[in-house]
Design a protein around this ligand. Structure first.
Ligand code: 5AD
Ligand code: FES
Length: 344
């Protein structure tokens, strides 16, 4: 049996097998077609869409890779009002979105009560929609309050599962331990949880990526988001090379083999790295796209990395563009909530 069919049939891997597949392009063809086969057997040709609302670019953290880090004084800061946010949802709903993702920097001026009010209002207006939060590390009490207000899902990438590597990407005030605790707390509270990591972040080794897979096996997330690291000109990592397309696609495909039922987005970072990055991601096992619903006038300001795509297009344009792109590779966008097939 080939190394790929071994991983695909057992949904598990040995360190050696994973390292081998990650470092040699001779497996790519079999890897990618096997990932697509599994994706089709679980999800058919369906692609789920999530409407991303980037509602604040203020952040108290100083992650070394991120363009909206606190120390970036060049970053033009903004906050959407609650009414702005509801407006994005209204437009998104009419475009067929049934999941809204509220994403922001760690902006403590949005108190727990504010987040609860926003979540509650969106859920009341659109009971058939899922609300996802992606607002970083908060306390168990906060997460619990958001859940009671109606939040369904939470996205928090672990970024890297190796503590030493984590400390090279983050300031001392942050720790992998706390990150992991947040993720396990979110699971305990009944959220559908999304985690993930960057590919090709500075100092990352292939062994680190094996650790990422092992951590994800322990966590059992519903969604796994990965994208290439892309340098941002106003960060300490400005001179580091971007992550590679090939390695990202290999990892997307391997994730599909190991986590057959996971929701795996073809990320905006992948689309930024290569003009057809998202289509390639879909062909390698990804089954979600997350276009932006934020008002166009703010889009350029939510610059996590350089040259981010879709900053000039209206939400409706992105929706049409994605429809075409998804169709062009043989899949179709569906407009239901897009829950994971079974919750692990
Ligand atoms: N390149 C790629 N991805 C990035 N993110 C933050 N900064 C960058 C960058 N420079 C990712 C992180 C974060 C998500 C919202 O965006 O993984 O969790
Ligand atoms: Fe935004 Fe294509 S997805 S313009």
């Amino acid at each position: 049996m080939s190394v790929i069919s071994k991983i695909a049939s057992s949904h598990s891997f040995s360190d050696k097998a994973l390292l081998e597949v990650l470092s040699d392009d001779k497996y790519d063809q079999e890897l990618f077609s096997s990932a697509d086969e599994i994706r089709r057997s679980v999800y058919g040709t369906d692609v789920y869409i999530r409407g991303l609302i980037e509602f604040t670019n203020y952040c108290k953290n100083d992650c070394l890779y991120c363009g909206i880090r606190r120390s970036n004084s060049d970053c033009d800061r903004y906050r959407l009002t609650k009414e702005d946010i509801y407006g994005c949802c209204e437009e998104g709903y009419s475009l067929g979105f049934r999941t809204f993702v509220l994403q922001g920097g760690e902006d403590m001026s949005f108190k727990d009560d504010d987040i609860c009010e926003i979540v509650y209002n969106i859920k009341s207006r659109y009971p058939d929609c899922a609300v996802t939060l992606s607002i970083g590390e908060r306390s168990r009490e906060s997460y619990s309050a958001f859940k009671s207000a109606g939040a369904d899902r939470y996205l928090l990438r672990h970024e890297t599962a190796n503590a030493e590597h984590y400390s090279k990407l983050h300031p001392q005030s942050m720790s992998l331990e706390n990150r992991k605790n947040c993720l396990f707390t979110l699971k305990e509270l009944g959220y559908q949880v999304g985690s993930g990591f960057m590919v090709g972040s500075p100092f990352q080794t292939l062994e680190n990526l094996v650790e990422d897979f092992k951590f994800l096996q322990t966590l059992g997330p519903d969604m796994i988001g990965i994208g290439p690291f892309i340098s941002h000109k106003n960060t300490p990592f400005k001179d580091f090379p971007n992550g590679s397309l090939e390695l990202t696609l290999r990892l997307v495909a391997l994730l599909r083999l190991v986590f057959p039922k996971a929701l795996i987005p073809a990320t905006t970072a992948l689309g930024t790295l290569h003009p057809n990055g998202r289509e390639l991601g879909l062909k390698c096992g990804a089954n979600v796209v997350m276009p932006n619903l934020s008002p166009v006038r703010f889009r350029e300001k939510y610059e996590l990395y350089d040259n981010k795509i879709c900053t000039g297009e209206e939400s409706a344009q992105c929706r049409d563009c994605l429809d075409r792109r998804v169709k062009s590779v043989g899949y179709k966008i569906v407009t239901d909530r897009g829950d994971a097939r079974t919750i692990k």
